[in-house]
Design a protein around this ligand. Structure first.
Ligand SMILES: [Fe+2]
Length: 334
């Protein structure tokens, strides 16, 4: 059984230790830890700029091309006088409340509220953490989930991001605390400092929240857009045992999650296009799969999903014809 949530504690070493009964290395079991194996693999992929996808394809990032395109686009916005308007749009964040109804929701979780923050990119927009806190105001939620992309850069130091995250943790009222996963902009060194500030990080792992003798399960994967591994699938296999909410940075596991019995899939990553044509038509969705689920509420089979438009911005700190959003999901029974 996965651990019940206790956000004052670090990761549960007992549950994160692999069952080594089939690996007769003559080693102390405590030496083999799922988190350590994941971190070693993730670090290697980050250093090598390696991008892995479902079904085994691999590639490398070509950042110099992307950076040149973004600089050109920013220059075009500046000379046409649109840049400042785009920055103002990016800072205009809304709060949306959604009611999500499930026939199989445990009764005691009727009305359970989940604050969903995605794609903060806290180094992209000045004062964003303060804007988030003032937008949420005095609301108190049952749980806050963070679905990845805390920074804009893909490499480098994280201390400035951790200061902003600490401000959010200190100023958001969440009865059951905070759950987090990593996005494709985040590196493996962010996990420990985030856990030290009280965010329970789900890295291809799960946890339970109990209430009045009933429980729901949260399953969190590592990012699957750049850093897909089968470990993400292995943890989703737990979904059939409980009412399950999957936290995945992008919607790209939608079909597998539905097959494995996930009830609700919460994600972000796309920024709803961030720069769109009038009517919200995106120029880029930044998805390999599930492109039709790039924004808003959706269904796949019996699974419900929500793809957040994100709070912050990536690349250039502008938005056109999309709006950054803070979501509060209310779980409802039938
Ligand atoms: Fe992302």
């Amino acid at each position: 059984m996965p651990p019940s949530i206790n956000l004052s504690q670090p990761i549960n070493e007992k549950t994160d230790v692999l069952d080594t009964s089939i690996l007769d290395f003559g080693m102390d079991k405590r030496l083999i830890n799922r988190r350590q194996i994941w971190a070693a693999n993730r670090f290697w992929m980050e250093m090598d700029n390696l991008k892995t996808k479902r079904y085994g394809s691999k590639g490398r990032h070509h950042w110099h091309i992307l950076l040149a395109l973004m600089r050109t686009f920013k220059f075009c916005l500046q000379i046409t006088g649109c840049y400042e308007r785009g920055v103002r749009n990016a800072k205009d964040i809304c709060l949306r409340e959604l009611n999500l109804t499930f026939p199989n929701l445990p009764k005691s979780f009727n009305g359970f509220s989940i604050l969903h923050l995605s794609d903060l990119h806290l180094d992209g927009t000045e004062g964003l953490a303060q804007t988030i806190v003032s937008t949420i105001g005095d609301r108190e939620v049952d749980l806050c989930v963070l679905t990845g992309d805390y920074r804009t850069k893909l490499h480098g130091l994280n201390k400035h991001i951790m200061i902003e995250l600490r401000y959010l943790v200190d100023n958001i009222k969440s009865r059951h605390g905070f759950l987090g996963i990593l996005g494709n902009h985040d590196d493996c060194h962010m996990v420990n400092p985030m856990e030290r500030m009280g965010i329970k990080m789900l890295i291809n792992s799960n946890c339970l929240i109990e209430k009045e003798g009933e429980r729901i399960q949260f399953i969190g994967t590592d990012d699957v857009h750049y850093y897909y591994t089968d470990q993400a699938l292995h943890c989703l296999e737990q979904a059939e045992k409980e009412f399950s909410i999957a936290l995945v940075h992008s919607p790209e596991l939608f079909d597998l999650a539905a097959t494995m019995g996930v009830d609700l899939y919460l994600c972000g990553h796309t920024h709803a296009g961030q720069v769109c044509l009038p009517g919200g038509v995106p120029l880029i969705k930044h998805l390999n799969r599930g492109r039709e689920y790039y924004r808003g509420q959706w269904n796949y089979g019996e699974m419900q999903g929500v793809t957040s438009a994100g709070v912050g911005t990536s690349g250039i700190p502008v938005r056109f014809n999309t709006q950054g959003e803070i979501l509060i999901h209310y779980l409802r029974g039938q």
